[in-house]
Write a protein that binds this ligand. Sequence first.
Ligand code: GDP
Ligand code: MN
Length: 337
Amino acid sequence: AAVVAAPAYDWSKFSPYDPPPRTERRAKACFVILVRNSDVHDMRVTMRQLEDRFNKDYNYPYVFLNNEPFSDEFKQLTSSMASGNTSYGLIPKEHWGYPPWISQQKAAETREKMKDIIYGSSESYRHMCRYESGFFYRHPLMDQFDYYWRVEPGVDFLCDIRYDPFMLMQERQLKYGFTISLHEYRDTVPTLWKTTREFMDKYPQHVAKHNTLPWVTDQALTDYNMCHFWSNFEIGSVKWLRSEQYTAYFDFLDQSGGFFYERWGDAPVHSLAVAMFLRKEEVHWFEDIGYFHGPFYNCPNPKALNQHCHCNPKDSLHLSGWSCTKAWGELPDTPKA
Ligand code: GDP
Ligand code: MN
């Protein structure tokens, strides 16, 4: 008998209120998690929720990355929690350490000067931020994937996810997805904007015509307003991060030394790249994904969505002035050609 195909779902009309029927189709996609062996139990808390809320029905693989070898215990306790394949990657030394043009003495002086700001005195945090800015998507274990979902140990997934976010990314040709946006601490990125403007002056061809720079600055590009997507949750296109534009931007920032001489986070770096290179329509707010990373929530209205959320919608950061998500929504749509 002929196999009758399910009617094609029109992803251009996607709404989480009316999710598409579940199919066998999968994107080439994975969860990617930078984590230490000592975080194994927080990792399992998060995996349990991610599986129950979503992945038990989809079986996407997990890629764990670490600057030290993963222990057998970590591998056992995480693979046994996963419904998809798990793989465990060691980060190469060249991706986690000082590049030759960085003065380690100046880096140490910076850590002393910045000791009163959050993570200001931490050396490993800076390696982490540089790695998440420019390297995780270059790990060989990531070669086979088109989309990644960044997860951290200890985060909570607060609602059922009743569709495949990776397929949404693929079918809508989205490049970047977020749950929470907020303002960065200015002291962590004193010269990030100046450096980003120098990049735009040097490579004007890389800045998209219909960009989203108005989300982060004014018409004259005077200053950075500190708006950024919180990068502990991201669903994104690996190809986009490997693009000529993004690579040129990361290399330019890396050369300037700000990952070590200041404390640039991967969140503002990814966000400024979004602002320069992407159209509004290429970026998606997963408003329906209930998510907690201390101290902030994204909590949808559970009545409307029937997603069995376990959070208070009043706590959702997008309702507060510290969020930049309202401003994102108010960006004008890209003019039709
Ligand atoms: P915060 O969210 O900015 O407070 O930073 P986190 O401490 O959560 O670190 C961000 C991510 O990097 C998390 O996934 C951590 O597990 C991971 N991470 C941070 N530092 C290290 C490190 O030194 N080694 C490894 N393997 N992972 C790290
Ligand atoms: Mn974190």
